[in-house]
Ligand binder design. Structure first.
Ligand SMILES: Cc1ncc(COP(=O)(O)O)c(C=O)c1O
Length: 363
């Protein structure tokens, strides 16, 4: 009798990452995974079509292994040299490469708690443990706690997801100076904030800034992200990544999207204006909302009982879902358990959401 082949022991007990629900049929208002409600620049589809039409055999050939033309475009956008940029299949790919390169059984990763729940999963795949530095209830960054955490790599999500808050560029720079390991500043949402840290890796070789085209560029479906980093870190990440980690059409789409910065800026401004209106209307309903620097808000719903609790958040979540509105709950942390995370959608989507939120609050 043959016995069932087992994977590695740490994989047997691994809990995989659970992404937000991606419902398949239509009719949903999807406010649960922080996608952009507006389409990408029309230049993206034009560029893909042109690429396929001008060379009908293009798909037969492998893409640029190191996304060379795309790295040039990213370099121009940030005032970098292309050698200081590594492109990934989404920024998740870059985060994964960083963990694979700098953490192992004896080298933990550090992170702020709460923050992006993918980091512990990729650490667990690597067999690395996690050192959590709590975010205080007044949302301050404890620089000494990070410096003393003894992890060779630390993930700072800024703006923070799921809290929505951000730390100032000055605070991040203070941390960069004091921390001796690799400081990864995950800037997935930085285009919706007032400041960013894109220039820090030029000054501090231990800083890596990760960016994505999934949010402000409306390209979640294409899977493109990148790292801005020192030449040394870039060389390591290139060594570890898959040889063709970004497909041909994704590279073409990303170049077109990055070159139409005007389109992106217009959508960012629209989303920020809608965010202000959403916060103001929910505040009038008695909901409590964190300051937000992202394309989402974290809000504590207030219902008939006037009580903020995880049961109240769950009740609002279920009511919204019955009305085909999807938001996200984070029931496992004291700073998030009483809240819903709501992606900022179009004004029409927010009207529908606010109507349902009012009906639940007053119902
Ligand atoms: C903080 C944070 N970092 C990274 C990502 C992943 O982005 P990408 O789509 O580029 O893999 C997300 C996605 O939601 C995120 O919230």
């Amino acid at each position: 009798m043959s016995s069932e082949p087992l994977p590695n022991p740490h994989i047997v007990s691994l809990k995989g990452y659970v992404p937000g629900e991606q419902p398949q049929g239509g009719g949903w208002i999807k406010l649960n995974t922080n996608e952009n409600p507006y389409p990408p620049s029309p230049r993206v589809v034009e560029a893909i079509k042109k690429h396929l039409e001008t060379d009908g055999t293009a798909l037969r050939l492998y893409p640029s292994p190191d996304s060379a033309p795309l790295r040039k475009t990213i370099a121009a956008l940030h005032g970098y040299h292309a050698d200081n940029i590594v492109v990934g299949n989404g920024s998740d790919d870059i985060l994964n490469l960083l963990v694979r390169s700098y953490a192992d059984l004896n080298r933990p990763i550090g992170l702020l708690d709460p923050s992006y729940s993918l980091y512990p999963v990729i650490a667990a795949i690597q067999g690395a443990s996690v050192v959590k530095v709590p975010i205080t209830p007044d949302f301050s960054l404890d620089i000494n706690a990070v410096v003393n955490c003894r992890a060779p790599i630390f993930f700072l999500t800024n703006p923070n997801a799921p809290l929505g808050i951000s730390f100032s560029a000055k605070q991040v720079e203070e941390l960069a100076q004091a921390f001796s390991g690799i400081l990864v500043v995950d800037e997935a949402y930085a285009d919706f904030a007032e400041e960013d840290c894109t220039q820090l890796p030029l000054k501090y070789p231990n800083v890596v800034v990760t960016r994505t085209l999934s949010k402000s560029y409306s390209l979640a479906g294409m899977r493109v992200g990148y790292a801005l980093c020192s030449l040394k870190v870039a060389e390591i990440l290139h060594r570890v990544r898959d040889s063709y980690n970004v497909d041909r059409l994704a590279q073409v789409a990303a170049v077109a999207a990055l070159e139409d910065r005007e389109w992106v800026q217009k959508n960012i401004e629209k989303i920020k204006a809608t965010r202000t209106r959403l916060i103001s209307e929910l505040t009038q309903l008695g909901w409590k909302i964190n300051p937000s620097s992202g394309n989402f808000i974290l809000a504590k719903p207030r219902g008939k009982t006037h009580e903020f609790s995880s049961a109240t958040a769950e009740s609002a979540f279920n009511f919204l879902k019955e009305h085909k509105i999807l938001v996200r709950c984070f029931p496992h942390h004291p700073l998030t358990e009483k809240s819903l995370r709501i992606t900022v959608g179009t004004d029409a989507e927010m009207d529908a959401f606010l109507k349902a939120a009012r009906a639940w609050s007053e119902g």
